[in-house]
Design a protein around this ligand. Structure first.
Ligand code: ZN
Ligand code: ZN
Length: 329
């Protein structure tokens, strides 16, 4: 499979025994972007504010304290009221009014706006506060590797989970990558690795849902997806955001995780689809579940079997479901 390299990373593709690139992975390469306040711009347009200038305004610790104080006020205020200059200064604990005003003014525009009743965070300011609270830029957490109650579907070795640099990774001793997704440090700090894997699974499903709805899970710009059936062992679902570079590459069966009829099929037989490890599901990992077809707009059919029922789900070349048929054994 020929996947383009981007400036921010290289898609990892596992190679099958026959040397071809196989889709035995669920790889997501996040790259955070922060939208500019009050502007809507397409990727081709120049943003109104130079990002270096915007982030330069955050270079002083006092300014971070101001953003945090505005965030605290927003959380505690019963309504959407802004906070006055004097109250904000007291909250931050700065006596020198001139010095405080200087730093507050540096935040005005991009991160803080002044209304008639005082100051409040802009959209970008609120995002910065959330990122600080999530520990995105400050918490370097890693966890000891843990064996999961699951085997690698390539070599049958135990599946092992790790958490490092905000990424939850599941692989085996032979380096078969089974699953990878980002989990914020706050969600990982006090969690066990199996719990982190559960959170990663939840976030991955949400990411797939947004991608299929046409929104980049990372930056919310438009994103297009495709099913790749040529030169791969198992058909691949692939989406890459042209704006922030986030990309999602996985076996095409992952697109069915958020399909209501597939979820309902499992429910009908007393199973919760979301209790399984994603990479363990037969309609994701078993090549024989996939059939290439050429019917109207469909290019691929995937069989989802539970007990005596098989739901055949047809996908078009963008990975969207276009048809179903249900069979009894
Ligand atoms: Zn393996
Ligand atoms: Zn994006």
């Amino acid at each position: 499979m020929d996947l383009p390299r981007s400036a921010i990373g290289v898609v990892q593709v596992n190679h099958c025994d026959d040397g071809s690139a196989g889709p035995r992975q669920w790889f997501y390469d996040p790259f955070l972007t922060t939208p500019m306040v009050g502007t809507e711009h397409s990727p081709d347009e120049e943003p109104d504010t130079d990002p270096a200038d915007a982030f330069g305004a955050l270079s002083d610790p006092l300014r971070i304290d101001i953003l945090r104080a505005l965030g605290d006020h927003h959380r505690e205020a019963a309504d959407e009221r802004a906070i006055g200059f004097a109250d904000l200064r007291r909250r931050v604990g700065v006596d020198d009014s001139g010095r405080f005003r200087y730093h507050l003014e540096r935040l005005r525009g991009n991160f803080v706006e002044k209304a008639s009743d005082g100051y409040r965070l802009t959209f970008a300011g609120a995002k910065i506060v959330v990122a600080i609270l999530m520990g995105t830029y400050t918490h370097a957490i890693s966890k000891e590797a843990v064996e999961l109650d699951s085997d690698c579907f390539v070599c049958d070795d135990p599946a092992v989970a790790t958490y490092e640099n905000g990424l939850c990774t599941v692989s085996c001793a032979n380096d078969h990558l089974l699953f990878r997704w980002q989990v914020p440090p706050t969600a990982a700090a006090t969690a066990t690795l199996p719990e982190i894997v559960d959170v990663a699974g939840l976030l991955a499903r949400q990411g797939m849902e947004r991608t299929l709805d046409g929104y980049c899970p990372e930056c919310y710009h438009a994103i297009e997806s495709a099913v790749i059936t040529e030169s791969v062992e198992t058909p691949v679902f692939r989406a890459q955001c042209e704006t922030c570079g986030a990309r999602l590459v996985c076996p095409a069966g992952y697109a069915l995780l958020v399909d209501s009829r597939v979820v309902a099929l499992y429910q009908r037989h007393g199973h919760d689809l979301h209790e399984y490890y994603l990479w363990d599901l037969p309609f994701i990992q078993e090549r024989e579940r996939y059939t290439l077809i050429e019917e109207r707009s469909a290019c691929l059919e995937i069989d989802v079997s539970v007990a005596s029922e098989t739901l055949s789900v047809a996908l078009d070349e963008t990975g969207h479901v276009v048809d179903y048929s249900l069979h009894e054994k």
